[in-house]
Ligand binder design. Structure first.
Ligand code: GLV
Ligand code: MN
Ligand code: MN
Length: 413
C-alpha cells in the first residue's frame, strides 16, 4: 500500500489565497459570518470546487456541499469538511485545513485513478465560529437538527439584526426547515483540523485521532447598574456594572479551578462596558462566558456555581442581572470503528498517531448526532490557535491530507 500523493504546493497556495480574503490585514484573518469577506471566501471556495469538477449545492443556511459521485448512488455518501469563517484576528489554518485539505484529498484520490462506489462529499459549514450571533456551529446545529429553524430565527446580532437579514446577503431566502438532514444521510463524517493544542508537536506525533469532543456551553450576562460622573458620585452610592462583571469573571475562573474536574475550562472572552468613557461610571456591561468539560454533569455543577455567585454579586452591588444560556451541549463520542480506520490509514501512510480528546468544539460535535464521526488532528506550532501566529507546517498538513485521503479511499470502495 502506498501513501496518497498530495499536491502540497497547491494546498499552500490555496491556504494563502483564502487567508488574503480577510477583514483584517495579514497575518490576521477575520471572516465574520456573512460579512463581505465571508461572502467573497464562499464564492472563492465554490470556484475551487467547480474547478475540481464537483457537483455543488448550497442549503438555506449557506452550508456548501461539493460532491464527487460514486458509482452506486444508492449508498449514503461519506462526508468530510470543516469551516472557512474565522473569529476576529484568527490565523489561516483553523477550519481551512479541513476544507482545502478535504478538497485536495478528493483530488488526490481522483488523480490516483480511484473509482469510489460511495459518493464523497465535501461540506463547508456556515459559521462554525460564534462571531455574529454568539453561537458556534450554526450550520451544523441546523443540519443535525440540534437547533430548530424557529430558534435560529430568534438569533440577533449586536445591532438587533437577525439571521434572515444576514443570510439574504448571500441570496438565501428559503425555508430554514429544509436544512435538516436525516440520520443516515451520510455513512460517516471525518473532519481534518489543526490540533489547536500543544500535545502532538510536543510528543512528536504526526496524527491525532479524536475519540471524544468536549461539551461546550456559553452564557451571556447583561448587567445593568447606574452611571454617573466619575468625579462627583461618591463611592458608597455607586452601582458600577464593570465591577460586578469583574467579580463574575473571577467567579468563572474560580469555578473552573475548584470544580475537581481536570478537563474543565472557563473563559470570559467578551466584556463590554457602557458608556466606555474614562470619566463616567460604567452603567452597563455585557459578558460572554465559555465553559467546557468532557462530561456534562461536572460542567453543569460549575455552571450552577457561576450563576449562584453571579446573582449574589449583583444583589450585593445593586446591579440587575439578565442571564442567558446561549448553548449548553453534550460531548460527542466518536465512532470506534472509524477511529480504528483512521489509525490504520495513518499506519499505511507510515505516520505515528495517538488517540486524543478534542477540547475545542467542531462541526463534528453536531454531525455526530446524525452520523458516525471522527477527526484527524495535525500538529500546530506550540498549540497556537485563534491568533494570527497560528501555524502548521506543509509537512504536517500533507500528512493530515494523506491520512484523510487514505481513509476516504477505504470507506468509499
Ligand atoms: C471553536 O472554534 C472553538 O471555540 O472550540
Ligand atoms: Mn476556531
Ligand atoms: Mn475550527
Amino acid at each position: 500500500m502506498t501513501r496518497p500523493n498530495i499536491d502540497i504546493a497547491r494546498v499552500e497556495a490555496n491556504l494563502t489565497a483564502l487567508a488574503e480574503i480577510s477583514e483584517h490585514p495579514a497575518p490576521a484573518v477575520t471572516r465574520v459570518l456573512f460579512s463581505d469577506a465571508d461572502l467573497q471566501a464562499r464564492s472563492w471556495m465554490q470556484a475551487r470546487c467547480e474547478e475540481a469538477g464537483l457537483e455543488l449545492r448550497t442549503d438555506e443556511a449557506g452550508n456548501l456541499f461539493a460532491r464527487w459521485h460514486g458509482t452506486d448512488p444508492s449508498l449514503p455518501p461519506i462526508a468530510t469538511g470543516s469551516h472557512i469563517d474565522a473569529i476576529p484576528n484568527a490565523g489561516k489554518y483553523d477550519g481551512t485545513v479541513g476544507v482545502i485539505g478535504g478538497l485536495e484529498a478528493i483530488r488526490s484520490l481522483r488523480k490516483s485513478g480511484h473509482i469510489p462506489r460511495r459518493s464523497i462529499e465535501l461540506v463547508v459549514f456556515t459559521a462554525e465560529e460564534p462571531t455574529r450571533f454568539g453561537v458556534g456551529c450554526l450550520g451544523s446545529r441546523l443540519l443535525s437538527g440540534v437547533m430548530s429553524s424557529s430558534h435560529a430565527q430568534t438569533l440577533k446580532d449586536d445591532d438587533g439584526l437577525g439571521l434572515n437579514h444576514w443570510r439574504s446577503r448571500a441570496g438565501l431566502r428559503g425555508d430554514l426547515e429544509s436544512v435538516k438532514l436525516n440520520p443516515g444521510f451520510y455513512s460517516a463524517f471525518i473532519e481534518l483540523h489543526i490540533e489547536q493544542g500543544p500535545l502532538l508537536e510536543a510528543q512528536r506525533i504526526d496524527i491525532g485521532i479524536v475519540e471524544k469532543i468536549a461539551a461546550p456551553a456559553a452564557f451571556r450576562a447583561i448587567l445593568t447598574g447606574s452611571g454617573g460622573h466619575a468625579g462627583a458620585v461618591l463611592m458608597p452610592g455607586r452601582k458600577d456594572a464593570l465591577l460586578a462583571g469583574a467579580e463574575i469573571a473571577l467567579a468563572v475562573e474560580q469555578a473552573a479551578l475548584t470544580s475537581g474536574s481536570p478537563d474543565i475550562v472557563g473563559t470570559t472572552g467578551v466584556f463590554e462596558v457602557k458608556p466606555g468613557a474614562i470619566n463616567s461610571i460604567p452603567c452597563a456591561a455585557k459578558l460572554e462566558i465559555d465553559l467546557r468539560d468532557t462530561t456534562t454533569p461536572t460542567r453543569k455543577l460549575a455552571e450552577h456555581h457561576i450563576l449562584t455567585k453571579s446573582s449574589e454579586i449583583c444583589k450585593r452591588r445593586g446591579i440587575e442581572l439578565d442571564w442567558e444560556t446561549i448553548n449548553s451541549d453534550e460531548p460527542a463520542i466518536c465512532d470506534p470503528a472509524l477511529v480504528e480506520r483512521v489509525s490504520a490509514a495513518a499506519n499505511t501512510c507510515g505516520l505515528s498517531s495517538m488517540k486524543m480528546i478534542s477540547r475545542a468544539y467542531h462541526d463534528s460535535l453536531f454531525m455526530a448526532r446524525i452520523t458516525p464521526v471522527t477527526m484527524i488532528f495535525i500538529p500546530c506550532h506550540l498549540g497556537y490557535s485563534h491568533r494570527p501566529d497560528e501555524y502548521s507546517s506543509p509537512e504536517a498538513i500533507a500528512n493530515g491530507i494523506a491520512v484523510l485521503a487514505e481513509t476516504l479511499r477505504g470507506l468509499s470502495e
